[in-house]
Design a protein around this ligand. Sequence first.
Ligand code: SAH
Length: 238
Amino acid sequence: MKIQIEKKIIFLLIIIFTTFLLFSDKTEKDYEKQRENMVKSQIKYRGIKDKAILNAMRTVPRHLFVPKSHRSKSYYDRPLPIGYGQTISQPYIVALMTELLCLIDSSKVLEIGTGSGYQAAVLAEITDEVYTIEIVEKLHKISNKTLRNTGYSKVKTKSGDGYFGWEEHAPYDAIIVTCAAEFVPPPLIKQLNIGGVMCIPVGPPFQVQNLLLITKKSEDDIITEVITYVRFVPLLRD
Ligand code: SAH
């Protein structure tokens, strides 16, 4: 009698486990499809051609960087809340800013505003040296864990005010700021390599800002181009 009950329990557990496996595999396949669609209809369609960037966007599991409550919308053409009043950027903006950095596989990149860690993961698909700073301690902890769990442990993360950059590892070939500053932080210009570029939204908080591409031709020759209008959460100060 006892053996029969045990057998039934084991049988039931096997059924539950198999159903779980089948379901989770189906969900992952479905996300993969959504990701492929996102690349086609949002990224390629809007003119991003760089193969390394398209591959990165196809590879990074964006849904794992989005909180569970919004996961089903991960591949929508829009930013999404990640808690603490912050957002993960729209996929196209991630691709556009990455393209503006003109990365090669040996580029050293600094990101200001780790947020979910998604942009850092996209950068890490293209280059080996990625540094990222997040001012909200809790977001720093969560994104650090996500980056490690998704296989991007080579990304170096830090909690702090990115206004000051990350002096220890400077100079950088590229700097990407994913929050809007009211002016370009001088320490970031200083930490840029000669020939390096910085992509940064500049403008008033919670309004339309200019996405700027800054090229450091020499110590005193800095070129600024306006790329497009954007709307980012503000760069906070400690
Ligand atoms: N790149 C992120 C998007 C982040 S939203 C992603 O892929 O998900 C902007 C982030 O910048 C927020 O998490 C915000 O907390 C952070 N931030 C704002 N001011 C900052 C500062 N001074 N230094 C570092 N991070 C800052």
